[in-house]
Design a protein around this ligand. Structure first.
Ligand SMILES: [Zn+2]
Length: 163
């Protein structure tokens, strides 16, 4: 039995997501992340990777990248969460999704997309609904930048209001 099924996502209103078909223990391998192995040079050269975030790209080593932007890559349907229950794992040229928490039947699988923080972060709002959601899809290590920003603009607002 597959550990996942495809369903309309609760996080991404327009899209689909993967849901647990049974209770899953932390550390369980859920699904392979499949795609095409390309060279890092191809990534640099191709127009396909110029725009937007390379959310389907995984650098495998200093020579190869996995491009998972294909309809048959079911794992590509997994949505981002600021409090994910799964993560991308890999060895050699293989990538898969592993549960990083105990997951209950019916829960949606989520991963941290690991976007870096840059000027375009506002293009990727996050609606994961987690308590710690910073409002945008940005990797955990960079979220403080956004939180700091929020903190600053709140401060300004407070000063304005107190006048
Ligand atoms: Zn979020």
């Amino acid at each position: 039995m597959k550990l996942y099924r495809i369903k309309k996502s609760k996080i991404d209103n327009k899209g689909r997501g993967l849901y647990a078909t049974k209770d899953i223990k932390e550390g369980t391998k859920i699904i392979n992340y499949t795609g095409k192995i390309i060279t890092n040079k191809e990534v640099d050269r191709s127009d396909k990777y110029d725009n937007g975030k390379p959310i389907y790209l995984f650098t495998l080593n200093n020579k190869y990248t996995l491009d998972g932007d294909f309809p048959w890559n079911t794992a590509g349907l997994i949505n981002h969460s600021c409090d994910p229950n799964s993560q991308y794992d890999g060895k050699g040229l293989k990538i898969w999704i592993t549960a990083i928490k105990n997951i209950k039947k019916g829960e949606e699988f989520t991963c941290d997309y690991g976007f870096s923080f840059d000027k375009d972060y506002r293009q990727f709002p996050c609606k994961c609904g987690a308590k710690n959601c910073c409002g945008y899809i940005v990797r955990e290590e960079s979220r403080w930048r956004i939180n700091k920003k929020f903190a600053m603009s709140n401060k300004k607002r407070l000063i304005k209001n107190s006048r």
